[in-house]
Design a protein around this ligand. Structure first.
Ligand SMILES: [Zn+2]
Length: 486
């Protein structure tokens, strides 16, 4: 059987609308997309390999240009043929949900992998290792999965009007969108509809997942990120509906938030992050019946709320959030406003622990200063050789997402530490010299030494982003803030 015929069989066997009677029709649809001549044969029967071969056929036949954007658009059009329609998928998801929430997400997650919406092959390139620190074991990842954008695509994205279609990559309008130069292809993209607080929200997986079953929950309406009572309510409602998932929201301010502030969304998934394992350092009393509260032993200033009553938990979270929005303490550089500009918000994270709900509320402050132009509570200059990007939700919870450049740069640091010829970047010099002075380094232990040191730098990065430090002044200031909540 040719790769084309094999792929036709995959389409017919898939949960797509097509059956055996549609065989000729599907065959001709594919010929229309890839051309009739010069078929390229795949070396194995994996669906992704078959699609790769069909894309190469299309290039040879001049159906598409041999460019990343064109190849991706066609690959996703082919993968669309193995994917159910949104209406059918939603019905199957909620049918399976009656069996169990996990059965429903297993179905959707596996489907999103099978149709290559989740870029499993690219994600496999990521580097990840654990690192023991003063705050427990942190998770270090180097992100190598996102494809390099070609300059033409970057230029096209830059020239795109702000009122384009779809308005942004988190809009529902991406479902089935063909894509274009500078805008991702989404023919095989599907979104589950769910109801939160009487409104329709979408649930999808992240194509370039940072952890297991990395999900995105998105507002049906394109409107800016905001953290308020409804946010806490929505997060708790999501973990009520999907109790095997955590969910959190990035902050609604630049520097301390994520990269997409223009469309309200949350991120979740099936992963236990280091912060979720961190213990309570001391309990506190917020005066809300049915809620246990405490300060988490964590580099970022975090108050943990535990209880089974979601309304009481929401009340407690709102109390903290509202108090923080107007709270200043000059002695530790904490200022809610400067010149009328707001600096305070929170990063909330919800998950279940047995019958209880847990709501972790992380205090954020996005001020900049002459000394710290990138942010007072942001990685400081001496750790920016490892991480200078915003500390968003995933990193707040103790999973570092480090830039791709570090994969090769850290090898050069190892070469330097071993006294071998190297091209170590100058920005790593001070750090490497300190490692050299404090460790006896051998070829056997050099990788472990560097990995552990990266873990310690990441712990420092999180400590920089924490508003109240773990020293006498910081702990007293945190206690003072707690006592101001009423
Ligand atoms: Zn949008």
């Amino acid at each position: 059987m040719s790769s084309l015929e094999q792929f036709v069989q995959v389409v017919i066997d898939s949960p797509s609308p097509y059956t055996n009677l549609d065989r000729i029709y599907v065959h001709n649809r594919i010929l229309g997309l890839v051309g009739e001549d010069q078929p390229v044969e795949a070396t194995d029967e994996q669906v992704t390999s078959l699609v790769d071969a069909l894309v190469k056929t299309a290039v040879q036949n001049g159906k598409i240009e041999d460019a990343q954007s064109d190849r991706s658009i066609l690959a996703d059009q082919l993968m669309d043929l193995v994917t159910p329609l949104p209406s059918i998928l939603n019905q199957r998801f909620w049918d399976k949900y009656q069996v169990s929430p996990k059965a429903a997400t297993d179905y959707f997650f596996n489907l999103s992998k099978t149709n290559d919406y989740i870029k499993t092959r690219a994600i496999a390139k990521n580097v990840s290792f654990p690192a023991e620190t003063d705050f427990g074991e942190l998770e270090i990842t180097i992100n190598l999965s996102k494809p390099e954008k070609d300059p033409k695509a970057i230029a096209a994205a830059r020239n795109q009007p702000q009122d384009g279609y779809p308005l942004c990559q988190l809009c529902m309008q991406n479902e089935g969108y063909l894509g274009r130069l500078g805008y991702p292809s989404r023919s095989n993209h599907r979104i589950i509809r769910m109801t939160l607080g009487g409104e329709t929200w979408g649930f999808q997986y992240s194509p370039y997942a940072y952890f297991n079953e990395h999900s995105i929950f998105l507002d049906q309406i394109h409107r800016p990120m905001v953290i308020n009572r409804q946010t806490f309510t929505n997060l708790l409602e999501i973990v009520k509906q999907l109790p095997h998932y955590f969910v959190g929201s990035n902050a609604d301010l630049p520097i301390v938030g994520g990269s997409m502030l223009s469309h309200e969304h949350y991120q979740g998934g099936r992963h236990v992050f280091p912060m979720m394992k961190a213990p309570i350092a001391r309990t506190i009393d917020l005066g809300v019946a049915g809620v246990e509260a405490g300060i988490v032993k964590w580099p970022m200033s975090t108050i943990r709320l535990v209880g089974s009553d979601v309304v009481a938990l929401t009340d407690a979270a709102v109390k903290i959030h509202d108090a923080w929005m107007s709270y200043s303490d000059e002695s530790v550089d904490v200022r809610a406003f400067t010149d009328g500009t707001r600096h305070h918000t929170t990063t909330p994270i919800a998950y279940k622990d047995g019958e209880n709900y847990v709501l972790d509320v992380v205090l954020r402050d996005n001020q900049t200063s002459a000394e710290f132009p990138d942010g007072i509570f942001h990685p400081h200059q001496d750790v920016q050789h490892i991480k200078k990007e915003n500390i968003g939700l995933i990193e707040v919870m103790g999973r570092a997402i480090l830039p791709a450049r570090l994969k090769t740069e850290l090898v050069e640091v190892e070469n330097y530490l071993l006294g071998q010829t190297n091209q170590m970047a100058e920005m790593h010099q001070a750090w490497a010299d300190q490692l050299k002075a404090t460790h006896s380094i051998t070829a056997e232990n050099v990788t472990a030494v560097v990995n552990a040191a990266v873990g310690n730098v990441f712990a420092r990065v999180l400590a920089d982003a924490g508003v109240f430090k773990w020293d006498d002044a910081g702990e007293a200031a945190f206690a003072h803030f707690i006592s101001s909540i009423n």
